[in-house]
Structure formats: structure tokens, C-alpha cells
Design a protein around this ligand. Structure first.
Ligand SMILES: Cc1cc2nc3c(=O)[nH]c(=O)nc-3n(C[C@H](O)[C@H](O)[C@H](O)COP(=O)(O)OP(=O)(O)OC[C@H]3O[C@@H](n4cnc5c(N)ncnc54)[C@H](O)[C@@H]3O)c2cc1C
Length: 436
């Protein structure tokens, strides 16, 4: 520790901001962490669903998530992780199929043998490619259609792309699907034979609780409930953060980890080129329902949906991974719908979303009774992940701005990966090294 450490502020207390604050403090900086919400954790935070506390959005850890697992080990939690091989379903042509191993893939009725071969070859080819920058210039739809053929593209890839990107898929590059496939193959690349999914009993509430304790232990000042309204360089040096109804605070260095559209609004004094690069980063949002059910629906952790007309874009059955004892013997199911930031569903009353989603779920699982739905919660977030549009990495604003001492680091900087906690921790640690 230096005798007069630099005063640093981190704005945004999601996993990125928390990890960054910890690493800065461990490098001897005097760190304050501001979070707008009353609790830390952002997208990974937990909420209450009836009498259970679990993640607001479904979260799973992969055996190959080395950065996350190292952090969990540092927090003394890694040994409690529970690992399972999970199964995957496909809802297509009004029927639910298992697609959990090679044999089931070969039996999968909606595709002919040639289609299956081309699909398999596409995935294998993408898993072996290393030059992702070239893919940033090719629209994802064009690339997949070229590799898999028109029929397979229409039957499998297109519904899957739409489920995550909506109509924005037309502007997204092939690097997106490459990164997704790379994550699925990460286990094999790291020498693990079969990928397994894991969770920590107690969920992210426990991980975040331990992280908060570690931050306090490292001397980080934690300031939840503090939404930064503006972040501005001062003429004599240093950065000032203003909060609605509160006194401004001054720091030597500030790192904003909020999503780019928020950073573009609160950071003042940026050069026009930086500001326009920031405005050019578009985000995809989510409306995600959590259901606590009396009984499980299926044995699939993820059910991909290729049929049109369902109001959600997948079904995630947490109890296919997590011991139902964590939920009092009941089943926890998530129904995500990835949407554009201006989607009408953000303004739709909860009751309407509930009715729409339950009707969709009844279409997939006709045996489901309304009395079996014990609790229904809806999370809406406008800025979930930056759309990896064509040439994304070349147009991305750098982490350090032209305002001396002001840095903007957020998940948009995960340029050759997908949005997940492991990549987020890796980014935080890289950024801590780079900006100090
Ligand atoms: C539906 C869903 C499923 C997911 N599933 C998985 C999974 O299975 N496995 C996995 O590893 N990852 C998963 N993720 C991804 C994971 O949640 C993210 O990678 C991670 O939480 C991102 O953290 P972050 O800190 O970058 O962003 P965020 O969590 O968005 O944090 C940003 C923080 O900044 C705060 N903030 C914003 N503006 C201000 C302001 N002006 N002043 C102060 N604070 C501000 C926000 O309140 C927020 O807390 C999932 C995400 C979603 C949405």
C-alpha cells in the first residue's frame, strides 16, 4: 500500500464493477463502489419468489469457466459447487424432442440426413476456427446459410438467431455464433472430456454476499442506492460524480461499468468521435419471467424453441440442474424473451405478460394447470448485451477516454465472447491491469 493512495471510484456494482473494485483495492488503490440499485449484483442479483431467494435471471456455471471458478475458490466457495450433466430439449413442429447426445441428434426428425450432416459440420468448423475478426465482416445469417444450406438455416438457425436477437439478427456478424459455439466447446479445448453445468447451493445471492464481504475486507467503500447522474473531468484535474439530491464527490480516477447507453448519457466532456462511437453501440434487452411451479415440466435444462408464435424464446428449467430441495421440493422455471430496447413488452402490464406467457407454456405442456403456478415474477432489463454488429470490435470505443482519469469498461468490451460471468470477470481483471 502506498502512503497516499489514488482515490478511485467504480460506477456500477454488477459482477464487473465488483470484481474491478476488488482488484483495484488489491493493487493498493483507495476504492469506492457506487451502485444505483439498493443491492449489488446487477443482472446476476437475486430476488424473492414467494418464500425462495434465487437469481433474477437463470445462471449456470460451466466446468470450463476458469476465471469464475478461480474467484469462487478465492471466496472459499468453489468446493461447494454442484456439477451435473444436463439435457437439452427442442420444441419444434408442436412437439418436444430430446437433443442431448449424438444418437438423439441423428434421430431428430425435423432434419434429413444431409441437413444433419451439414449442421454438424458447421458446428465443428466453427469450433475449430480461430480467426474471429474475419467473421466480423460477414452477416451471421449469410454465413450460416452458406455452411448449413438453406433448409437447415430456415428450420434451425433462423429461429435460434431470432430467439436471441429478434430481427436485429440481420445486422449481427458471424462472430456472434462463433463465440456461442466456442463457449460450448471450451471444455474440450481445455482438456475436459465432457462439459458439465454447475451451480452453488444458495445461488448467486451467496456468491454476491461473499463478494461483498471480501470487498469490505479489502477496504472498498460500498455505496449502494447511489445512481450517478453525471461524471465530469474538473479543470484542475480529477473527476467529479454527481448524484440526484446528494453532494458531488471527487476522485482521481473513475471507471464507469454501466452499459454503454448509460455511460454515453452520464459521461460529460467526451470528444465527438468517442460520444458517437458510444451512441453507435446498440443493446438487446430482456423480459424474463420466473415461475415457481408445484411440479417439474421436463428433464431439460434448456428447451430451444424453433416454432413461431410462442411469446418467449426458450424454457430454462432450473430444477433439471439444481436440487429441488433448494426450492422446497418445487420447480423453478424461467421463460426469457430477448427483445429490442423499444419493444412494447417493456410497457405491457404484468398481468398481460403473465397471461401471454402462461398460454404459451400451456401450448408446450398441455398438462400444466394454473393451480400449479405458485409464483410468477417478471424482470425487465433494457440493456443486457451489446449487439455484435458488423465490424463491432473496430467501432468500439476504447476503455480509456479522452477525459484524463475517466474510463468506461463494460460488457460491450467482451468482443470475442458471449455475455457470461466468466468473461465478465476476465474483462474486469484485464481492465484493472490495463487502466492502472
Ligand atoms: C437472462 C440472463 C441469463 C444469463 N445467464 C448466464 C449464465 O447462465 N451464466 C453466466 O455466466 N452468465 C449469465 N448471464 C450473464 C451475466 O449475468 C452477466 O455476464 C453479468 O452479470 C454482467 O455483469 P456486469 O457488471 O457487466 O453488468 P450489470 O450486471 O448490468 O451491472 C451494471 C450495474 O451498473 C448499475 N448502474 C447502471 N447505471 C448506473 C448509474 N448511473 N449509477 C450507478 N450504477 C449504475 C446497474 O444497476 C448494474 O448493477 C445471464 C444474463 C442474463 C440477463
Amino acid at each position: 500500500m502506498t502512503s497516499n493512495p489514488q482515490r478511485w471510484a467504480v460506477v456500477g456494482g454488477g459482477i464487473l464493477g465488483m470484481t474491478l473494485a476488488l482488484r483495484l483495492a488489491q493493487r493498493g488503490k483507495d476504492v469506492t463502489l457506487f451502485e444505483g440499485a439498493p443491492h449489488f449484483g446487477g443482472l446476476a442479483s437475486a430476488w424473492q419468489l414467494g418464500d425462495i431467494t434465487w437469481d433474477r435471471h437463470y445462471h449456470v456455471t460451466l466446468l470450463s469457466d476458469s476465471h469464475l471458478r478461480a474467484l469462487l475458490a478465492e471466496l472459499g466457495l468453489e468446493g461447494d459447487m454442484q456439477w451435473r450433466v444436463t439435457r437439452t430439449g427442442f420444441f419444434t413442429g408442436g412437439r418436444l424432442y430430446s437433443m442431448s447426445d449424438a444418437l438423439e441428434f441423428l434421430r431428430f426428425p425435423p432434419l434429413g440426413l444431409v441437413g444433419k450432416l451439414r449442421l454438424g459440420m458447421t458446428i465443428l468448423y466453427a469450433s475449430r476456427l480461430t480467426d474471429w475478426k474475419k467473421l466480423e465482416r460477414i452477416p451471421v445469417g449469410e454465413w450460416l446459410e452458406m455452411l448449413s444450406g438453406r433448409a437447415t438455416f430456415r428450420q434451425i438457425w433462423l429461429p435460434l438467431l431470432r430467439s436471441k436477437l429478434g430481427e436485429n439478427y440481420t445486422r449481427v456478424s458471424a462472430a456472434f455464433i462463433w463465440a456461442t459455439i466456442q463457449r460450448l466447446y471450451a471444455a474440450r479445448r481445455s482438456g475436459i472430456k465432457r462439459e458439465m453445468f454447475g451451480y452453488l447451493p444458495g445461488g448467486y445471492a451467496r456468491i454476491l454476499g461473499a463478494l461483498v464481504e471480501r470487498l469490505e475486507g479489502a477496504g472498498v467503500r460500498l455505496r449502494p442506492g447511489m445512481t450517478a447522474e453525471s461524471v465530469e473531468g474538473l479543470p484542475g484535474g480529477g473527476i467529479e460524480i454527481r448524484f440526484p439530491g446528494g453532494a458531488p464527490e471527487r476522485f482521481d480516477q473513475v471507471v464507469v461499468t454501466a452499459p454503454t447507453p448509460v455511460a454515453a448519457t452520464i459521461c460529460r466532456g467526451l470528444e465527438e468521435d468517442e460520444a458517437s462511437r458510444m451512441r453507435g453501440v446498440e443493446y438487446q434487452g430482456i423480459v424474463c419471467a420466473s415461475l415457481l411451479l408445484r411440479h417439474k415440466l421436463s428433464d431439460f435444462y434448456v428447451t430451444n424453441i424453433t416454432d413461431s408464435g410462442l411469446p418467449f424464446t426458450g424454457v430454462i428449467e432450473m430444477t433439471a440442474l439444481v436440487d429441488p430441495g433448494q426450492f422446497g421440493g418445487r420447480a423453478l422455471v424461467y421463460l426469457p424473451r430477448y427483445v429490442s430496447r423499444d419493444d412494447p413488452m417493456f410497457a405491457m402490464p404484468d398481468e398481460e405478460v403473465r397471461e401471454l406467457f402462461l398460454r404459451g407454456l400451456e401450448r408446450m405442456h398441455p398438462a400444466l394447470c394454473r393451480e400449479d403456478v405458485l409464483h410468477f415474477g417478471i424482470s425487465r432489463v433494457k440493456n443486457v448485451f451489446a449487439l455484435p454488429t458488423l465490424d463491432f470490435s473496430r467501432r468500439l470505443p476504447p476503455m480509456t477516454t479522452s477525459v484524463p482519469g475517466l474510463h468506461v469498461v463494460n460488457s460491450a468490451h467482451i468482443v470475442n465472447g458471449t455475455l457470461n460471468v466468466n468473461e465478465t470477470i476476465r474483462l474486469a481483471q484485464d481492465a484493472a491491469g490495463r487502466i492502472t
